[in-house]
Design a protein around this ligand. Structure first.
Ligand SMILES: *[C@@H]1O[C@H](CO)[C@@H](O)[C@H](O)[C@H]1NC(C)=O
Ligand SMILES: *[C@@H]1O[C@H](CO)[C@@H](O)[C@H](O)[C@H]1NC(C)=O
Ligand SMILES: *[C@@H]1O[C@H](CO)[C@@H](O)[C@H](O)[C@H]1NC(C)=O
Ligand SMILES: *[C@@H]1O[C@H](CO)[C@@H](O)[C@H](O)[C@H]1NC(C)=O
Ligand SMILES: *[C@@H]1O[C@H](CO)[C@@H](O)[C@H](O)[C@H]1NC(C)=O
Ligand SMILES: *[C@@H]1O[C@H](CO)[C@@H](O)[C@H](O)[C@H]1NC(C)=O
Ligand SMILES: *[C@@H]1O[C@H](CO)[C@@H](O)[C@H](O)[C@H]1NC(C)=O
Ligand SMILES: *[C@@H]1O[C@H](CO)[C@@H](O)[C@H](O)[C@H]1NC(C)=O
Ligand SMILES: *[C@@H]1O[C@H](CO)[C@@H](O)[C@H](O)[C@H]1NC(C)=O
Ligand SMILES: *[C@@H]1O[C@H](CO)[C@@H](O)[C@H](O)[C@H]1NC(C)=O
Ligand SMILES: *[C@@H]1O[C@H](CO)[C@@H](O)[C@H](O)[C@H]1NC(C)=O
Length: 654
């Protein structure tokens, strides 16, 4: 070990010497390893493994042994362009758990210790930008960051060295080759892609704003000695993005606290963290009782709508909708949320121009997609129209943008699921086993395929279906595994039923079931259909539109006044009748004019992706099969079915 450290020290020294190559060393030759950064005309990224120590518990099994490791990564701007908001990927691969990293934060807001065994993205904090040597006379502190990491890693018996799989720069416009590897280090030189042109229309001092599914802007709109007023704007930019009852959290990095807030509130109103913290030391005479929140990581929620006109806490445009953020396709005015907060700073940041936006942003909602947020990036100050009515604009003192993107749910991790059925097969293919996760798997099998069901079983909660499913399996001579498959555990399920298939067209019936005990207001569903899309004609008791911005996607929402999906309720006699889900149902018609070769009986009538309130639902792994004789239904029959379904749906609403 000491030998390696010595070697490393040597490496580091030769490194530093080279970096400050503004000085003239004449004939002095740099020692090994040959520093590739010398020839790098771009961003030089390197990773260096320093040391490791066996951790407790000491075990015989070498793959299970934990080791504490130390390593560093460096990002050096050796090019002629400033690198703003640097971002790197480190491809860890040995079940690493990162315990600390100086000079950087994990991009998706994870806290230390963070499991990073599949690799992780890091961005700069506090130094997000790397200036050029030219602009700084080679000041190493401004052109380079060194990230010192400590963590735990598993396996890799000595003398093996646990290196990451790869390392690279992630900023737009840079091209990175594969890293050059040595035993305990790797490095690469990423160069600006000459073809990449930033789409800047006017010269900007900061980075241009980024596109993403959700954009959050942190604008400092008034600055004083010791405190400032910030405004947070949340914009939903994805036609299928959505949040209900959103909670936003972040982390204060410099001991700030929230004095007051308008348009939103924090869940905890507890000022003891201030009194015992840095704030209490500095603000000796301050009365902390009116303080809104002193937590390092506040949880912020939207105000309910009855506070919208409240002079003290509301009265902001776009505020106070009880946390709902709809896609622009539904209602443009409800796709934005705004709130303001008075932030108090602590020394040494009392300077009026010292701002440090909070880091590690996270936002989530109820039965909505998962958003992963990037770090706050300094952007040109936001311009606001002056409310005087004159053609004037005011600008923010400073602005940062956080971009959050939707991540597709992983297997068994959705919040909604789909069942398939068809007129040519009397068995329903139910939602996948554990589609939305399984907590208790002692009494059921989380890996078995779900049991096929008779259609009426879809109407009862999973817990009360067993008898029906078993009887059906017996009747149809299906195998019944022991233990039985687990349920889907989804809050919402959707049944897609192929209703008919005739010469000129076909129809499908879609039913939404809500198994939660709360209702969904302004619900929406979107389906992507590979083959059927172009033949879509009409949906009878929903409001359906084709979404032009997305491929092959049809968007449904409730008609005005019918936009509630009620919650699950007690059966009429709870002793005998199981609980009843909230339901919405409609029939859709499709023509075959543009798609003459569509094979409904082979599964072409089923959607390829289904979304509920933005969350992508889990789909069955196969289709109902059957013999393909076309039904002799006609449009009259379709209309009859539609009216009946509509009447039935209305019935359920009472
Ligand atoms: C050693 O530990 C690994 C990881 O915990 C485990 O997968 C493997 O089965 C263990 N091997 C033995 C021989 O116990
Ligand atoms: C890494 O990815 C695998 C497969 O996607 C997943 O099972 C595992 O939980 C991931 N590990 C971490 C630490 O994210
Ligand atoms: C606001 O949302 C909460 C749940 O977060 C709900 O209990 C309450 O009824 C809603 N209020 C209004 C006015 O919609
Ligand atoms: C259907 O939704 C669109 C877009 O939200 C809206 O413009 C239209 O008025 C709605 N139609 C009906 C009948 O509700
Ligand atoms: C406040 O900070 C700015 C920039 O950080 C600096 O230029 C200025 O001198 C500081 N002012 C005082 C009074 O410390
Ligand atoms: C928001 O936070 C509150 C308080 O921690 C919690 O009760 C609520 O369930 C959260 N809502 C969501 C959508 O996570
Ligand atoms: C979000 O997606 C946009 C475009 O799809 C991409 O440019 C941006 O880098 C992504 N941001 C994050 C934080 O993943
Ligand atoms: C839509 O499909 C076309 C052709 O299949 C493809 O070129 C385009 O990128 C797709 N657009 C989106 C938004 O997925
Ligand atoms: C539903 O039934 C449960 C017990 O079965 C009872 O505790 C509850 O009060 C009932 N809820 C309503 C709204 O009747
Ligand atoms: C339905 O299942 C639940 C949970 O197992 C049980 O408590 C309830 O009594 C069942 N209802 C009926 C009518 O069997
Ligand atoms: C119905 O579909 C299921 C699933 O594909 C299949 O196992 C079953 O044999 C089909 N039934 C008939 C009568 O074709």
């Amino acid at each position: 070990m000491p030998l390696r450290e010595l070697f490393f020290m040597f490496f580091l020294i030769s490194y530093k010497v080279l970096v400050s190559r503004a000085q003239d060393y004449g004939d002095e030759k740099p020692a090994a390893p040959p520093p590739a950064e010398e020839n790098c005309n771009g961003i030089f990224v390197s990773y260096l493994f320093i040391s490791r120590l066996k951790e407790f518990p000491h075990v015989k099994n070498a793959t299970a042994q934990a080791w504490a490791f130390k390593s560093t990564a460096t990002v050096l701007n050796a090019g002629s362009h400033e690198l703003q908001a640097w971002k790197i990927f480190i491809g860890f691969q040995h079940d690493e758990i990162l315990v600390s990293a100086s000079g950087a934060v994990i991009i998706d807001g994870d806290d230390f210790p963070a499991p990073v065994g599949n690799g992780t993205y890091l961005s700069g904090y506090p130094q997000a930008d790397l200036k050029t040597s030219i602009d700084t006379a080679g000041d190493i502190n401004q052109i380079q960051v060194e990230i010192e990491m400590t963590g735990t890693q598993f396996g890799v018996k000595p003398p093996g060295i646990p290196m990451p799989k790869t390392i690279r720069l992630e900023n737009d416009g840079y091209k990175c080759p594969a890293p050059t590897r040595h035993k305990s280090s790797m490095h690469l030189c990423c160069v600006l892609n000459p073809k990449f042109k930033a789409k800047a229309t006017k010269p900007t001092k900061f980075l241009p704003r980024q596109n993403g599914d959700l954009s959050l802007t942190y604008d400092v709109i008034q600055a004083f000695e010791g405190n400032y007023l910030a405004q947070v704007t949340i914009d939903n930019n994805n036609p299928l993005g959505r949040l209900d009852h959103w909670n936003l959290t972040w982390e204060w990095m410099r001991g700030e606290f929230i004095y007051t807030m308008r348009g939103a509130y924090t869940h905890m109103k507890d000022y003891s963290d201030c009194i015992y913290g840095a704030a209490g030391k500095y603000y000796q005479d301050m009365d902390f009782t009116p303080v809104m929140n002193c937590q390092k990581k506040p949880i912020i929620s939207d105000l309910p709508s009855d506070r919208a006109k409240d002079e003290k806490v509301g009265n902001l445009p776009y505020c106070c909708r009880n946390g709902s953020l709809l896609p622009t396709t539904m209602d443009e005015s409800k796709s934005r949320a705004i709130f303001q907060l008075q932030v108090y700073k602590t020394p040494p940041d009392m300077n009026r121009t010292a701002f440090s936006p909070p880091q590690k942003w996270k936002i989530n909602g109820v039965l909505n997609p998962d958003y992963k947020c990037g770090p706050p990036i300094r952007v040109d100050p936001t311009e606001f129209p002056v409310p005087s009515g004159l053609m004037a604009t005011s600008t923010a003192v400073a602005s940062w943008q956080v971009v959050c993107n939707i991540t597709r749910p992983k297997n068994k991790n959705s919040r909604c699921c789909v069942s398939f059925s068809a007129f040519y097969n009397d068995s329903v293919i139910p939602c996948n086993t554990c589609a939305c996760g399984c907590d208790e798997t002692d009494t059921c099998n989380p890996n078995a395929s779900p049991l096929l069901l008779p259609s009426e079983a879809l109407l009862v909660p999973f817990a009360n279906r067993t008898a029906k499913a078993k009887a059906w399996a017996k009747l149809k001579h299906h195998h019944v595994p022991n233990p039985l498959p687990c349920g889907d555990n989804c809050g919402v399920s959707i049944n897609w039923h192929i209703n008919s298939d005739y010469k000129k067209g076909w129809t499908a019936r879609v039913t939404l079931f809500n198994w939660e005990d709360f209702y969904f207001e302004d619900w929406f569903t979107a389906v992507q259909m590979k083959k059927g899309y172009s033949g879509y004609e009409n949906v009878y008791s929903f409001n359906g539109t084709k979404l032009p911005q997305l491929n092959n996607t049809i968007f449904f929402q409730g008609l005005q006044g019918l936009n509630f999906l009620m919650g699950e309720t007690n059966g009429t006699n709870p002793k005998i009748n199981p609980r009843v889900p909230g339901k919405q149902q409609s029939v859709m018609s499709f023509t075959k004019k543009g798609t003459p070769d569509i094979k409904i009986v082979l599964g072409d009538g089923f959607p390829s992706r289904v979304f509920f309130n933005g969350e992508e639902c889990s789909l069955p792994t196969h289709f109902p099969t059957g013999v393909g004789h076309q039904s002799h239904v006609n449009v009259l029959r379709v209309i009859f079915v539609t009216i009946m379904t509509f009447v039935l749906t209305m019935d359920h609403l009472h």
